[in-house]
Design a protein around this ligand. Structure first.
Ligand code: PHE
Length: 507
């Protein structure tokens, strides 16, 4: 409406000289008019020039002076010609003030009027008696306020006095003067944003005005293409994986092929000298496959050596002394650790002339766990191993210090632990600066002869190895305390969309 009024007016007139006046004439709210002007100006329909006006605004008190007279005059007039006791004056003044003023305003007028009339020496106080000191007073303040209200010029000294009495304050008023712009039309067409079927069918396209492209507009945030924090932070295929991969590569490690989630119990447990009655091999801890439930090929000679080492030992071991069952080894499962892959790699290595190797992998593993804040039924495991002659626990500690310091964990502690396939075994703890405590970050050890010798690796060859979950450092780095917020069906999509890329503390 305001836009039409402006365009319509400019059709008949050269200009609108003052948006303030125009808004009053047309009965349009000035703020609404200003918005319309800004839009018309932006599209070149009008040319708007700023007008700034300083305007004195009357305070509420000043407005009452205009109506009833200034406080000092009201007070002066209330003082009886013969004078009165000061004690009675307030009552007298109040009784003479207009009845429509409330008591609070009356008290205010009395206070201000008294102070000002005394200052003007219009009245005097002697022996508690108040009397007039002049015969007649003029209400100069009221007259000045009326002049100001009417927009008439008032001298600087008077302005100053009124300002000091807080009767007036300066207001800066902003408006515009307007002329036709280069794109002026009397009626504004709504610019189309898209060419649509109707434009073509009704032949409207010739006359339609199209909105210009705003190449600087930010655009809608994209809905897709966001990386999950775990992947951003690095795992299987992205940054963390890349970063950890870089660390392994810099340390001379080669990646192991981990592209088999399904594994046989043989490679996951038996070859690792994990006895068949071990609780980890229970369906409460491991997911067994229904179809296909068993493997159909295992390296038979090696299987035989593994059976013997379980049953009666060898290589300086007494074994477990139980009846090893092939059916148990055949059972298919979702691998519970990537150490199954390490085992396959070491076995393959043992089949040729021995060469030292450094292997690593980063991939998914599965455990039949009760899901809670820190456990899920599937997670990602980072695993590294070194196979060489004459390795010792000292080498393992050295490698771990080196590896973990490269992912930003340089304070490590080790605690003796137990794994069926390593001896000695160590849990790895890192000091967490944020949490100000030691947190367990991984597990490690030297593979037992019961595992390595049946493979055929030479007797002086040792393997040092360690494993950790990818989730753990990621949770620490992101400050996530519930793993379900990080991985699985309960993950908040906005976490994925908004989380920044998280870098490990690499050096
Ligand atoms: N397989 C172990 C685990 O699942 C990790 C590990 C790897 C331990 C290598 C020792 C040596 O936690």
């Amino acid at each position: 409406m305001a836009q039409e009024a402006v365009l319509g007016h400019l059709k008949r007139n050269q200009e609108i000289s003052d948006s303030g006046v125009f808004s009053q004439e047309k009965g349009i709210d000035h703020e609404e008019l200003v918005n319309a002007i800004k839009s018309l100006n932006a599209f070149g329909l009008v040319i708007a020039s700023d007008i700034k006006r300083e305007k004195w605004l009357l305070s509420e008190e000043a407005q009452s002076y205009v109506k009833y007279g200034s406080a000092e005059v009201l007070l002066f007039e209330a003082v009886p010609a013969e004078g009165t006791a000061k004690a009675k004056l307030q009552e007298i003044v109040k009784s003479k003030l207009p009845v429509d003023l409330d008591d609070k305003t009356k008290s205010l007028i009395y206070d201000k009027g008294w102070a000002q009339a005394m200052k003007n020496k219009w009245i005097g106080l002697e022996d508690s008696q108040v009397s007039r000191k002049v015969e007649h007073v003029e209400d100069k303040v009221k007259d000045l306020l009326i002049q100001i209200q009417n927009g008439e010029a008032v001298g600087a000294k008077d302005i100053d006095t009124l300002k000091r009495r807080k009767l007036i304050s300066l207001q800066i008023w902003k408006g515009y003067s307007l002329k036709k712009g280069p794109n002026y039309t009397a009626t504004r067409k709504k610019a189309a944003t898209d060419l649509v079927r109707d434009h073509l069918q009704r032949d409207e396209w010739k006359d339609v005005e199209f909105k210009e492209y705003n190449f600087l507009a930010k655009g809608q945030p994209t809905e897709g293409g966001c990386l999950h924090p775990l992947y951003k932070a690095g795992l299987p295929n992205f940054f963390v994986k890349q970063q950890i991969q870089m660390i392994f590569l810099q340390m001379g490690f080669e990646e192991m092929p981990t592209n088999n989630y399904v594994e046989s119990s043989f490679w996951n447990f038996d070859a690792l000298f994990q006895p068949q009655q071990h609780p980890a091999r229970d369906s409460h801890d491991t997911f067994f496959l229904k179809v296909p439930s068993t493997t159909n090929s295992l390296p038979e000679e090696y299987v035989e050596r593994v059976k013997i080492v379980h049953e009666s030992g060898g290589y300086g071991s007494r074994g477990y002394g139980y009846d090893w069952k092939r059916e148990e080894a055949n059972k298919n499962l979702l691998r519970t650790h990537t150490t199954a892959v390490s085992t396959r790699m070491l076995y393959a290595l043992a089949q040729g002339p021995f060469t030292p190797k450094r292997y690593y992998s980063i991939d998914r593993v599965f455990r039949n766990e009760a899901v809670d804040r820190t456990h899920l039924a599937e997670f990602h495991q980072i695993e590294g191993l070194i196979c060489d002659r004459g390795l010792s626990l000292g080498h393992l500690r050295g490698v771990l210090e080196d590896f973990f310091s490269r992912i930003g964990m340089s304070k490590l502690k080790f605690k003796p632990a137990y794994n069926p396939y390593t001896e000695p075994s160590m849990e790895i703890f890192s000091y967490h600066e944020g949490l100000k405590k030691w947190v367990e970050i991984g597990n490690s050890g030297m593979f037992r002869p019961e595992m390595l010798r049946p493979m055929g690796l030479p007797e002086d060859v040792q393997v040092i190895a360690w494993g950790l979950s990818l989730e753990r450092p990621t949770m620490i780095l992101y400050g996530i305390d519930n793993i379900r917020d990080l991985f699985g069906h309960k993950v908040d999509l906005s976490l994925t969309k908004r989380n920044p890329i998280c870098r490990l503390g690499l050096n």
